[in-house]
Design a protein around this ligand. Structure first.
Ligand code: MN
Length: 193
């Protein structure tokens, strides 16, 4: 079973002006595709040849883990965007955010800080822990919270390839724009599953 680049419900320029078509072309078309290609080559002849991506993320190591987790993380990242404009968390997810962080505004500040202060390459995440509570976590490189028994709900890719063409070194500007294209309906669905 070969892994594939996911199909996305929007066009390459749909996230402009927040994420340009050029960044999207490189990030999705080159980086994400390269992780898919590497993974397909690396699993040949290993116990992971017919494994699901989630099993690879939870159980593999080395190059298979790095490329497999990057495929999972990028698919999760690109599918959470809504080109038509922003919305905000509602209903049960809104209540859970307010329970853990006081308010949506405070949650956004805390998440943005986690994304901005992550040293080097990695990901900032909103996760649901085993007790069902929300937490913000940082992972470095290809790291994925599934490894720690946490359910990812939202993620921000802070590898420089996610923003350098548009924002150069201004990671905080990329994070500010990130909030404008989140589809909270997708995040709610992940929370309720
Ligand atoms: Mn990336």
């Amino acid at each position: 079973m070969a892994f594939k680049l996911p199909e996305l419900p929007y066009k390459k320029d749909a996230l402009e002006p927040y994420i340009s078509a050029r960044t999207f072309e490189f990030h999705y078309g080159k980086h994400h595709q390269a992780y898919v290609n590497n993974l397909n080559n690396l699993v040949i002849g290993t116990p992971f040849e017919n494994a699901t991506l989630e099993t690879i993320v939870k159980e593999s190591d080395g190059g298979i883990y790095n490329n497999g987790a990057q495929v999972w993380n990028h698919t999760f990242y690109f599918i959470q965007f809504l080109p038509e404009g922003c919305n905000e968390p509602k209903d049960e997810l809104k209540k859970a955010i307010e329970k853990s962080f006081d308010s949506y505004v405070k949650f956004k500040d805390e998440f943005s800080k986690a994304a901005a202060t992550l040293f080097g390459s990695g990901w900032a995440w909103l996760v649901k822990n085993e007790a069902g509570e929300l937490e913000i976590v940082q992972t470095t490189n290809a790291g994925n919270p599934l490894r720690d028994g946490k359910k990812p709900l939202l993620t921000c890719d802070v590898w420089e390839h996610a923003y350098y063409l548009d924002k150069q070194n201004a990671r905080p500007k990329y994070i500010e724009d990130f909030w404008k294209i989140i589809d909270w309906k997708v995040i709610s669905k992940r929370f309720e599953e």
